[in-house]
Write a protein that binds this ligand. Structure first.
Ligand SMILES: [Zn+2]
Length: 225
C-alpha cells in the first residue's frame, strides 16, 4: 500500500503514521528524515541540497523530488510506504504525482487528518513533559490526558513545556503553509482529492483528528481496510 499522509502539526499525524507502519508493515517515511539522511551520508543529491539549506534557501523541487523518489524505491518499500511531510505545495503535488507515475508507483491512498487550526495550535502549546518519562502523555488542552493539577497524570512527576511548543510565531508560520488551500499543503491534498473524485484511481480518506488516539486509529484502520 502506498500512502500519502496529510495533517497539521498538532494533529497526532506522527503517532497515527507509526501505527499504520506497524499494522501494514510499510516504512513511515518523514520527508525531513530523507534530507538528513542524504546530507549525513554525503550523497551527491544531499550535497546539492545542503548548499541551499546552508544559504537558508528552500531546496528546489528538482532536488527534492528525486531525493524522495529514491527513498520510496529503497528495498524496505517492497510492500509500499507511508510518506509524511511532503508535498507541501500544490506545485509539489503535481510534480510528485508525475514522478510517481513515471516510476510506476501509483498512489493507493491519500489520508487527510482534519483538525481545526485553533485546536491544533492549542494541542501543541498544551503539551507538557514529565520529568520522569517522556512517554507519559499530558496536555492541558486535551481532557483525556489533562495533568493532575500541575503534576504528571501518570506518575505525579513535575511537568514542563518544551520551548519549541511555546513558540507561537513558528507554529503560526507552519500552520500558514499547511492550511493554505490555494497553493499550500491543503491545496496539494485537494489536488489528490480531485483525482480520487474524478477517476477513482486512488482512495482519499478523511479522518477526524479530534477524538483520542485510539479512536482516530480505529477510524483509520476501518477506512483503510
Ligand atoms: Zn510521569
Amino acid at each position: 500500500m502506498r500512502i500519502l499522509f496529510f495533517g497539521p502539526n498538532g494533529s497526532g499525524k506522527g503517532t497515527q503514521g507509526s501505527i499504520v507502519k506497524d499494522k501494514y508493515n510499510i516504512p513511515h517515511i518523514e520527508s525531513g528524515a530523507i534530507f538528513r539522511e542524504n546530507i549525513s551520508k554525503g550523497t551527491e543529491i544531499g550535497k546539492k541540497a545542503k548548499e541551499y539549506i546552508d544559504r537558508g534557501d528552500l531546496v528546489p523541487d528538482e532536488i527534492t523530488i528525486p531525493m524522495i523518489l529514491g527513498r520510496l524505491q529503497a528495498d524496505d518499500c517492497a510492500n509500499g510506504w507511508l510518506l509524511d511531510g511532503f508535498p507541501r505545495s500544490k506545485e509539489q503535488a503535481v510534480k510528485l504525482d508525475e514522478a510517481l507515475k513515471e516510476a510506476n508507483m501509483a498512489l493507493d491512498v491519500v489520508i487527510e487528518m482534519i483538525l481545526d487550526r485553533q485546536i491544533a495550535k492549542n494541542r501543541i502549546m498544551g503539551r507538557r513533559l514529565c520529568e520522569n518519562d517522556n512517554n507519559h502523555p499530558n496536555n492541558i488542552f486535551i481532557d483525556a490526558i489533562k495533568p493532575d493539577g500541575d503534576k504528571c497524570r501518570v506518575c505525579g512527576g513535575a511537568l514542563s513545556a518544551r520551548s519549541d511548543d511555546q513558540d507561537e510565531d513558528a507554529i503560526d508560520k507552519r500552520h500558514n503553509i499547511y492550511y493554505d488551500t490555494d497553493t499550500g499543503t491543503l491545496a496539494s491534498a485537494y489536488y489528490f482529492k480531485a483525482i480520487a473524485e474524478k477517476d477513482g484511481s486512488l482512495k482519499y480518506v478523511t479522518l477526524n483528528g479530534e477524538p483520542s488516539v485510539p479512536e482516530v486509529t480505529e477510524e483509520l484502520v476501518g477506512k483503510l481496510g
